[in-house]
Write a protein that binds this ligand. Structure first.
Ligand code: HPA
Length: 272
C-alpha cells in the first residue's frame, strides 16, 4: 500500500482513540524510558494496535505511544523506538515521526545512548547534538518524494534547533549538569566499532557514535520540524583505551544519567 496512505490510516486510527493534540514528540533511547514516568498520561496506545506501525523487537523497549502532559506542555512519547539494525527499513524506522507530524506535533525531542569519541567526555555525561554525520547506508527519503509532507532536497544547514540548544546549555549551567555539545555520527550497527573505526569516526569530526537519531532527524527536518537531541554517553571509545563493553553496561550507564536527562528535557520543553 502507498506509504502516505499508511501514515494517514495510522493517524486516523489514533484519532479515533484520542483527540489529544500534542505539541511535542519525544523519542526515548535505549535504557532511557524513565521520562515517561513524569508524564501526566491522558491516553496510551500500543504500537501493535496501530495500523502499519512497526513492532518493537528489542526487549529493553516496550512499545507504545503515550499522550499526556509534561511540564504542562502537551506531548506524545514513543516508548520504544525502531532501529535499522533490528531489520526495519528506514521508512519503517521513521514511520512514527511522520505520524507525529500529521497528529500536529510541532517539535521533536530525541534521546539516545551513544559511545563517546571525544576524549574530554566521561561516562554517563550528556551531549547535546549540534550536528550529525550520516554514515547509515539507507536514507529514509530514498524513493518517490512525498511532496505533501516535504521537499525532495531538504536543507540541512540547521539540523538541530539552535534556540533549543541555547536553552539547554543555559539550563545545564543553572542545574549544574555537565552538558557537552558535539557532532553525532550515525552508523548501522549492531556491532560496536573496531579501534580503527573509532579512530576514523573521530578523525572525520564526530564526538559521539550511535545507531539511531539520524533517520528521525532527517525525516523531521524534511517536514520542517525543529529537532532537539541529546546523547547519553554510555561507553568510552577512545581508540587507545578501548575496553570491552556489554549491552548491560550500556544500559546501566544510561540509567545513571537518567535523572539529569529527565530534568534537562523537562525544562527544555517547559521553555521551548
Ligand atoms: N557505538 C555505536 N553505538 C553505540 C555505542 C558505540 O560505541 N555505544 C552506544 N551505542
Amino acid at each position: 500500500m502507498d506509504y502516505l496512505l499508511q501514515i494517514k490510516e495510522a493517524v486516523a486510527f489514533i484519532r479515533k482513540q484520542t483527540d489529544f493534540e500534542p505539541d511535542f514528540g519525544i523519542v526515548l533511547g535505549t535504557g532511557l524510558g524513565a521520562l515517561v514516568n513524569e508524564v501526566k498520561v491522558v491516553s496510551e496506545i500500543n504500537y501493535e494496535d496501530i495500523p502499519h506501525f512497526p513492532l518493537s523487537t528489542v526487549e529493553s523497549h516496550s512499545g507504545k505511544l503515550i499522550f499526556g502532559y509534561l511540564s504542562d506542555k502537551t506531548v506524545v512519547v514513543m516508548k520504544g523506538r525502531f532501529h535499522y539494525y533490528e531489520g526495519y527499513n528506514m521508512k519503517e524506522v521513521t514511520f512514527p515521526v511522520r505520524v507525529m507530524k500529521l497528529l500536529g506535533v510541532k517539535k521533536l525531542i530525541i534521546s539516545n545512548a551513544s559511545g563517546a569519541l571525544n576524549p574530554d567526555y566521561r561516562k554517563s555525561e550528556l551531549m547535546v547534538i549540534n550536528d550529525h554525520i550520516n554514515l547509515q547506508t539507507e536514507n529514509p527519503l530514498t524513493g518517490k518524494n512525498l511532496d505533501e509532507l516535504g521537499v525532495r532536497f531538504p536543507d540541512m544547514s540547521e539540523p538541530y534547533d539552535q534556540s533549543m540548544i541555547d536553552t539547554a546549555i543555559r539550563i545545564g549551567k543553572e542545574e549544574n549538569i555537565t552538558l557537552h555539545q558535539g557532532v553525532y555520527v550515525g552508523v548501522n550497527g549492531p556491532n560496536l566499532e573496531t579501534k580503527a573505526e573509532y579512530q576514523m569516526l573521530r578523525v572525520i569530526g564526530a564526538d559521539a557514535v550511535g545507531m539511531s537519531t539520524v533517520p528521525e532527524n532527517i525525516v523531521a527536518r524534511q517536514m520542517d520540524m525543529p529537532v532537539f537531541a541529546v546523547s547519553v554517553l554510555t561507553d568510552l571509545c577512545y581508540p587507545g583505551h578501548l575496553q570491552k563493553i556489554s549491552v548491560e553496561e550500556v544500559i546501566a550507564a544510561a540509567m545513571k544519567a537518567e535523572p539529569n536527562l529527565t530534568k534537562l528535557i523537562r525544562r527544555v520543553i517547559a521553555e521551548a
